[in-house]
Design a protein. Structure first.
Length: 137
């Protein structure tokens, strides 16, 4: 199949299956509070708001809102830098760790369901393609 023909077929899929593609994208996206919680739970170093901004590609305002909500829910604590009060070290609380672990389990169950629907061979192919797509810069 020639490149132009493949591109045209992808165009049609994108146009005709917009809703399904959005659902697929949502399944693989981690934004908002839950995404930040999952990411924080796997970090081994000190985390500041700028790290969240850079990792997720969010605006400073969006990250400030997420951090504020997570703090209100008791999932994180912020320890202000004495030298620069604009900077806060962000740490998960025990409750935050528990919540992140629960969300990770739910995410894993969703992925298991996705894998079962594809079958093992196609799931391996999908994983290979996803990794390939992500390696393209």
């Amino acid at each position: 199949m020639k490149t132009e023909k493949i591109a045209e077929e992808l165009n049609q899929i994108q146009i005709e299956q917009a809703r399904q593609l959005s659902q697929l994208a949502n399944m693989f996206s981690l934004n908002g509070e839950t995404g930040v919680m999952l990411w924080l739970n796997q970090q081994q170093s000190d985390i500041f708001a700028i790290d969240i901004i850079e990792h997720f590609g969010l605006t400073a305002g969006r990250v400030a809102n997420i951090v504020k909500k997570l703090e209100q829910k008791g999932y994180i604590t912020r320890e202000h830098n004495i030298e620069d009060l604009r900077k806060s070290h962000i740490t998960l609380t025990r409750s935050g760790i528990d919540y992140a672990n629960e969300q990770y389990s739910l995410m894993n169950e969703n992925h298991m369901s996705f894998i079962k629907s594809l079958g093992e061979e196609d799931a391996h192919a999908a994983l290979r393609i996803i990794k390939l797509l992500l390696s393209q810069k």
